[in-house]
Ligand binder design. Structure first.
Ligand SMILES: [Zn+2]
Ligand SMILES: [Zn+2]
Length: 269
């Protein structure tokens, strides 16, 4: 990234800081240091000292020092070295290149920190809407788009984690399930719905073959769900030797004997 585009990103971010309860307290060619006074539900303020890396078109943010947040916690959506996962930058980048995109950036950052504050209190990520980890986030975004194209019932089913893609080893088919109910099957090799004469998943009463792009969307949804699962597994495999920050009640990185919070309380007593 050239110095000039980095400078532009930084300038747009800096110009919107004060409007979002933040002050620029330091700047280099690569990064801004910011003091952000996060308003809490109680009305009190909590100061976060943040580093905003402006080398890319999409700013990256972390605490300047680990003060309120750990340096790594998958379930808090803190990636390596404490960088915040503000969105799915692989699939859905949010470059900052003008006032409007800078305002949106600050909005995402404030929302993210508010979620972190609630997480500290609840000891779990508060959003009912799960965020996938690592590269799985891209697959989640694709699944969401395909589900939305098939209708709101699919978005709801996806949000509630009812939709699953199942492939039994050796089978030529991948099944798309809603709970226990089979919605359709895909040819593994062709990555296409196997039975186009079946009724469309969207309840239009039409055959899947004649219901707009729904056959393609059903296939895209199934493949995205498969990929999501695979990437989540890969992510946890990669993260498994990392220490748990110990701040959440449920974390796959926790040693299993301390997974139950009541055990911890008993130990602490
Ligand atoms: Zn349809
Ligand atoms: Zn953690």
């Amino acid at each position: 990234m050239s110095a000039s585009s980095s400078g532009r990103t930084a300038a747009f971010v800096a110009a919107q800081a004060e409007a979002h309860d933040a002050s620029i307290v330091g700047a280099t060619d690569d990064a801004l240091t910011v003091e952000l006074r996060l308003r809490r539900a109680s009305g009190r303020r909590k100061t976060y000292r943040l580093t905003i890396d402006t080398r890319g078109l999409e700013p990256r943010v972390r605490e300047a020092e680990s003060e309120h947040l750990p340096r790594f916690c998958p379930n808090r959506h803190l990636s390596d070295d404490g960088w915040f996962c503000l969105n799915y930058s692989e699939e859905d980048p949010h470059p900052v290149h003008d006032t409007e995109s800078a305002t949106a950036f600050w909005g995402r950052l404030l929302k993210y920190l508010t979620l972190q504050e609630t997480t500290t209190v609840l000891r779990r990520w508060p959003s009912t809407h799960d965020w996938a980890h690592g590269l799985a986030a891209g697959a989640q975004a694709r699944a969401e788009r395909a589900a939305a194209a098939l209708g709101s019932a699919f978005s709801v089913a996806l949000d509630r984690r009812r939709l699953k893609a199942v492939h039994q080893k050796g089978s030529p088919f991948i099944l798309l399930l809603d709970g226990q109910r089979r919605l359709c099957s895909l040819w593994v090799d062709l990555r296409r719905v196997a039975t186009l004469r079946q009724l469309c998943l969207c309840d239009s009463g039409r055959a899947l073959a004649c219901c707009g792009d729904h056959a393609d969307q059903a296939a895209a949804l199934t493949l995205a769900l498969m990929d999501w699962e695979r990437q989540e597994q890969r992510f946890w495999e990669y993260a498994k030797d990392r220490p748990c920050c110990g701040q959440l009640d449920v974390c796959p990185l926790k040693p299993s004997e301390t997974q139950n919070p009541t055990d911890e309380l008993a130990e602490a007593a």
